[in-house]
Each structure stands twice: as structure tokens, then as C-alpha cells.
Design a protein around this ligand. Structure first.
Ligand code: MTE
Length: 320
């Protein structure tokens, strides 16, 4: 799969949230006429809902984008999982602005011929930034649609020249204990560690992510750099990364260590395999309204055509 890009990015190439928001508001009003007043006054009052922060220009990549309307900036930046800052959905938005983002370097090491230590500015410029609208399906059975900005992780990994021993990639998130209430409480074993098989890490859908809605990532969404693997449950997509280590053996991730019977290494979105404590057959789309029906969860979160081949011959019930 390859793409040719015609021109330099113009601001008009980036999905403006206002356009989507207007459309969604209209649809919601039509569907929920008796409730329209309440819905409108809430949306209308929220003048701080506009995307903000440093601008990050990107070209829209339609091949790797879904058509579902994206969630609002507000949904994406106030309903988060980032346990370093606490387990409440509002905790990351409340506390993550204390995260120190400069200086920030990321190390790529392990089974590579060229270990790299790169500053975040160099990382942002390493490859052309693309906007990709992805579904994000959380293991807690809610979902969002997010216009991420980034480039394939493969672009970075290739620069480090993986050796024959590189079969897994391990992602380590930052620890700044003094500004992270969740780290002080010891909810998980810190740092937050996640991992992928190398072919998953090199897949063109796996996005090294620096922004959303035309701006650099807000801290609560994993600033300054995270990874996004759209066909897996959201917990695989580690935030605020400081290290990517390639190795021969499958790592034990933070969630596997905390609850091995509940969170497997693969964590591919799979409606046929329930979590031990709840079904994964359907999901609640955040922002769709109180009365909205749950929607069916798709195998591999709707990306089966692109990724099912990675798991040919594997038992996906045992390898959950
Ligand atoms: N990364 C770190 N470092 N810590 C976390 O607690 N939570 C994960 C993932 N990455 C998490 C993390 C989970 S469970 C989800 S669903 C997504 O981040 C949520 O990303 P979002 O808040 O940007 O939607």
C-alpha cells in the first residue's frame, strides 16, 4: 500500500471540528427534537470546546481513515484513561497539565543496529505528519472516533535497523511521580509498559501519534508522543512514551502482570471473546447521547480486512 501526496498541507486539509460538531448537533436535534433545547444550550455554552494548543500541520490520509463522525474535542480531552493521573475519567484532564514536556527524548534500543536517542522535535519531523481518523475501542466497552495526527511507527523503527532478534517491541511510558497522583497510589506497576509483535508494530495502521484535531496532543491524551493501534483495545496504545525497546521475547505488560486472566498480550478487539467480567459484543459510543443504542463491536474493531492476516492459524480465544 502506498500513497502519493499532491501538495503541501493547507489548513483546509485538516478536519475542522466545528464542521463535524455542527453536523452532529443537527443530527442530534433531528433525532431528539424534544430534547434539542437542552442539548443545544450545553453545546452552545461550551466556548472552551475549540481545539487548542500548538498547531500541528498534517495531510489528511483518506485511505487509513474511517467515515464515522469524530468525537468532539471536549469528549476526547475530558474522558480519558491515563492511570498515572488517577482512575477517574476526569482525572487526566484535571492533573496532566503538570506533566513536564520539555526536554523530552525517546530512546529506541535493544535488538537494533543503530540505537537512537531522539529529541521530540526531531521525532515530529522524522516523517510527514498525516491526519487519520481512527476508531478507538476501549476494553471497558466504550468507543470514540478520533482524528489523530502522526506517521507509521515503521518509519521510526526502520531508522533504528532492527536485527534478526527483534521479534517484539516494548513501549515504556514516562514516570514523573511528583506530578502523577496515580503513581503515588501504586495502582499498577509503573512505568506503564505495553508491547506488540514486531509485525504488528510495523503494520501501516500502527501510528506514532503526536497530535489530534490539528494540534499537538494535550497531556491527558499522551503528550508529546504515544502509539495508536486501532484494531486492539485502547490499553495497548501507551501514552507519553520515552522508550521503545526491541527484543526477542514476548514482554509481560503492565496489565498482564496486574490481571493475567483478564488482559492478554494480543488484546485484539474481538466481540466473540468476552472479558471475564463483561461482554465485548457491543460498545457505547461516547457523545452519542443518553438514549443512543449500543452499537455492535466489530472484529478487529472494523480493521479485519487489513490485519486479520497477521493472526492466520492462531487461536484467538486462547491468544486473547
Ligand atoms: N497509557 C498510559 N501510560 N497509561 C494509561 O493508563 N490507558 C490506556 C491507553 N494508554 C493508559 C495508556 C487505555 S485503557 C486507553 S482506553 C487509552 O489509553 C485511552 O486513550 P485516550 O484517553 O486518549 O482516549
Amino acid at each position: 500500500m502506498h500513497h502519493t501526496w499532491k501538495t503541501d498541507t493547507r489548513p483546509s486539509d485538516i478536519t475542522p471540528e466545528a464542521v463535524w460538531r455542527e453536523r452532529r448537533r443537527f443530527l442530534r436535534q433531528a433525532a431528539l427534537a424534544p430534547l434539542a433545547l437542552g442539548v443545544m444550550s450545553r453545546a452552545g455554552a461550551a466556548s472552551n470546546d475549540a481545539p487548542s494548543g500548538p498547531v500541528l500541520a498534517a495531510r489528511k490520509n483518506a485511505r487509513w481513515s474511517v467515515d464515522d463522525p469524530p468525537n468532539s474535542w471536549r469528549d476526547i480531552t475530558t474522558y480519558n484513561n491515563f492511570y498515572e493521573f488517577g482512575t477517574g475519567k476526569g482525572d487526566p484532564a484535571r492533573y496532566a497539565d503538570k506533566l513536564r514536556l520539555t526536554p523530552w527524548t525517546v530512546r529506541v534500543d535493544g535488538a537494533v543496529r543503530r540505537p537512537l536517542t531522539l529529541d521530540i522535535d526531531a521525532l515530529r519531523k522524522l516523517a510527514p505528519q498525516e491526519e487519520r481518523i481512527y476508531r478507538l475501542r476501549c476494553v471497558e466497552a466504550w468507543s470514540m472516533v478520533i482524528p489523530w495526527i502522526g506517521y507509521p511507527l515503521a518509519q521510526l523503527l526502520k531508522q533504528a535497523e532492527p536485527t534478526e532478534d527483534a521479534r517484539y517491541a516494548v513501549f515504556t511510558s514516562v514516570v514523573q511521580a511528583d506530578v502523577m497522583p496515580g503513581v503515588q497510589e501504586g495502582i499498577l506497576d509503573w512505568p506503564y509498559v505495553e508491547g506488540l509483535r514486531l509485525d504488528e508494530a510495523m503494520h501501516p495502521l500502527t501510528l506514532l501519534t503526536f497530535g489530534l484535531y490539528g494540534h499537538e496532543l494535550p497531556a491527558q491524551d499522551g503528550a508529546p508522543m504515544r502509539v495508536i493501534i486501532p484494531w486492539k483495545y485502547g490499553f495497548k496504545s501507551g501514552k507519553s512514551l520515552v522508550r521503545i525497546h526491541l527484543q526477542a521475547t514476548q514482554p509481560t505488560t503492565s496489565w498482564m502482570r496486574a490481571a493475567p486472566q483478564e488482559y492478554g498480550f494480543y488484546a485484539n478487539v474481538n466481540p466473540a471473546v468476552p472479558h471475564p467480567r463483561w461482554s465485548q459484543a457491543t460498545e457505547r459510543r461516547i457523545g452519542s447521547g443518553f438514549f443512543a443504542a449500543r452499537i455492535p463491536t466489530l472484529p478487529f474493531n472494523g480493521y479485519a480486512q487489513d490485519v486479520a492476516g497477521l493472526y492466520q492459524g492462531m487461536d484467538l480465544v486462547r491468544n486473547f
